[in-house]
Design a protein around this ligand. Structure first.
Ligand code: G16
Length: 497
């Protein structure tokens, strides 16, 4: 324990309190070394207690290049249980660290922690803090270096089922599972040319290793020094202008910085982005078709958040699909999705996956539903995975014989806008559990009610919440016209600044 304490004293501490946010810790990189050290210890402790591999990923995903972050991975490849977040936050911010260490690290511990990072300039140093913590406490850090977040989740999950896997096992899995794509006949409307914007992030490394006969893709935006600068899934989804280096008029997809989010669009000056809601609809339709073709029963449930365009929910409801709405953060979607037989879960920003219950998979095996099983096996079972989702989307479009335009024209979105605002009342804003309503402070609650009442004929819907990854409040507005959306967003911005 003394060695751990001595080592920790050599690692710079944050000058500020670090809250556990939507996807772990995230802030300017220079405030993270001590937090990385402490999270390394916790991941090792968890590994020791379970006698299973755990993981930690250093990434700030869609954030600015100067930020960084820490995402913890549990033994099953999923994010750590939500119930522990406050305890993790307390450990990371503890002032009496010697005391806390004495409580938890007095006895020798052993364990295995898989660690990896994105390609930010600050990532190697933070990775080293993690590694030092694990090693000084007596554990083994398996350093995978640069890789995508879903790749590390996948490696932790699968290595706990078999032996410790090399990073290349994930690429082999993607290439193997993509044989379904190649086995499907080329259809009339499906377009197999695709531009992929890698956002300057680690996804480009994975994409370069894909070997999928028949899918012609070109990767753009691969420079790490320009990470998330005018490109990527977050840019396309929030700013809605064409990412840099993307030629106009083509079928395109954008990943985010750590490749756990995906959006599609036809490149144009102003984008009509096919985000998580569209991925959901596309995959639900493909699943339904496969269920019918293979003549098996199966209930598909959709889990998403209040950011999803109401038009997508109406489209799904009309087709008898049950929809569950939860709070922002894939961890909430994943938890809800686990309760269903087959779930398609995506946030509107393109973060999500498909999961099926053990029982359902066993019954599909018994029924020899080969195509359906091949489709489901491509989905990352633990977390949103942009590359796996891209392959699932291409397979879905091929199964349904959809061009991008046909996919786009399935229904028409209601106009929406989303803005991020720095606000002095960010910490005071509280929402209902599924975030559909603001419940505090009272004057903001009244303001939103007054607006929605005043513009009832415009069917205004407001989702306002503090971001858990950036120092901003997100204001989302849906209405019958874009002008109304913008006016309402602006009125609320004025109210909270
Ligand atoms: C993370 C979470 C997502 C969430 C996003 C934005 O994504 O994993 O579930 O939607 O942050 O969260 P917020 O609105 O609280 O800032 P990523 O890709 O940045 O890790």
């Amino acid at each position: 324990m003394e060695a751990i304490l001595q080592k920790s004293l050599q690692i710079p501490s944050a000058q500020v309190y670090l809250p556990y946010g939507t996807a772990g810790f995230r802030t300017v990189a220079h405030n993270l070394p001590q937090a990385c050290f402490r999270v390394g210890l916790l991941a090792l402790l968890r590994s020791h207690e379970l006698k299973k591999i755990t993981g930690v990923m250093i990434t700030a995903s869609h954030n600015h290049i100067a930020d960084n972050g820490i995402k913890m991975i549990d033994h099953n490849g999923e994010m750590v249980p939500i119930a522990w977040e406050r305890a993790i936050e307390a450990f990371v911010n503890a002032q009496d660290f010697a005391e806390v260490l004495r409580e938890k690290f007095s006895n020798p511990i052993q364990g295995d922690v898989f660690i990896g990072c994105d390609n930010r300039p600050s990532s190697p140093e933070l990775l080293s803090c993690l590694q030092q913590a694990i090693e000084v406490a007596g554990g083994t850090a398996h350093n995978y270096g640069e890789l995508t977040t879903p790749q590390l989740h996948w490696l932790v999950r699968r290595s706990n089922f078999s032996s410790k896997l090399p990073a290349s096992a994930y690429i082999d899995y993607l290439n193997q599972a993509s044989r379904l794509y190649t086995s499907l006949p080329q259809t009339y409307n499906y377009e197999n040319d695709l531009i992929i914007d890698a956002s300057g992030g680690v996804g480009a490394n994975t994409l370069r290793l894909l070997n999928i006969t028949g899918l012609n893709f070109q990767i753009v935006n691969t420079e790490p020094s320009l990470l998330n600068e005018g490109c990527g899934a977050e840019h396309a989804h929030k700013i809605r202008t064409c990412p840099r280096n993307v030629p106009v008029g083509l079928k395109c997809a954008s990943l985010d910085g750590d490749a756990d989010r995906l959006v599609y669009y036809k490149s144009a000056e102003n984008l009509n982005v096919l985000g998580g809601e569209r991925l959901t609809v596309l995959m639900c339709l493909a699943l339904k078709k496969l269920l019918d073709e293979e003549n098996v029963e199966g209930k598909v449930t959709v889990v998403t958040t209040g950011y999803s365009n109401s038009a997508s929910l109406e489209y799904l409801e009309q087709r008898g699909i049950e929809i569950v709405l939860v709070a922002t953060g894939v961890k909430y979607l994943h938890e809800a999705a686990k309760k269903a037989e087959i779930s398609v879960y995506f946030e509107a920003n393109g973060h999500g996956t498909i999961i099926a219950s053990e029982n359902k998979l066993a019954s599909l095996k018994e029924l020899n539903a080969e195509k359906l099983l091949a489709f489901l096996s491509l989905a990352n079972e633990a977390v949103g995975d942009a590359v796996a989702d891209l392959l699932l989307s291409e397979i879905s479009m091929k199964i349904l014989d959809f061009s991008l335009k046909q996919w786009e024209e399935l229904y028409h979105d209601y106009p929406t806008t989303i803005i991020g605002v720095r606000s002095p009342i960010k910490e005071q804003i509280k929402t209902s559990e599924n975030e559909l309503e603001v419940v505090e402070p009272a004057n903001l609650v009244n303001k939103i009610q007054e607006i929605t009442h005043r513009l009832a004929d415009q069917k205004v819907r407001v989702l306002l919440r503090p971001s858990g990854t950036e120092p901003i409040v997100r204001i989302f507005v849906e209405a019958l016209s874009l002008d109304t959306c913008k006016a309402v967003a602006n009125e609320l911005r004025e109210f909270i600044i």
